[in-house]
Ligand binder design. Structure first.
Ligand SMILES: [Zn+2]
Ligand SMILES: [Zn+2]
Length: 131
């Protein structure tokens, strides 16, 4: 069954026909801002397996100088996906519906996490990027 996702207001929906890959959570200060959270929660998709179903016209984008960007719902503000050079690169796990049959495998840049965040025991952490 395809994986589906949607924003908070439900206007934008998407489908992923394949599997999600390499789910990770980055705790760096940039990801905290980008995800308005303690960390990112993000998994890669094959861009040819990703399809917007509804509301694509409501998407707005922020692209950084390196070509990576994020796309948001202009109505409710949910961050739905990451893009690289215009193609969908991955999805934010918070907007995925149900069980995408993947768990966050690694927590990266934990060395620069927010002082207020408590990392649970037993998760795989790296102080900086993955080795
Ligand atoms: Zn929305
Ligand atoms: Zn980061």
């Amino acid at each position: 069954m395809a994986i589906s996702g949607e924003c908070f207001c439900g206007a934008i929906t998407y489908s992923v026909s394949g599997k999600l890959h390499d789910a990770r959570s980055c705790h760096c200060s940039r990801c905290r801002k980008a995800f308005s959270s303690q960390a990112s929660a993000y998994a890669l998709v094959n861009s040819n397996e990703f399809e917007w179903l509804t509301g694509e016209d409501l998407l707005t984008s922020y692209v950084s100088k390196h070509g990576y960007g994020l796309q948001f719902c202009s109505s409710c503000g949910s961050t739905l996906c990451g893009v690289f050079e215009g193609a969908v690169h991955g999805v934010t796990l918070g907007c995925v519906n149900g069980d995408p049959e993947i768990e966050i495998g690694r927590h990266i840049f934990v060395g620069s996490k927010a002082k207020w965040e408590v990392i649970p025991d037993g998760v795989t952490t790296y102080n900086e990027g993955p080795p």
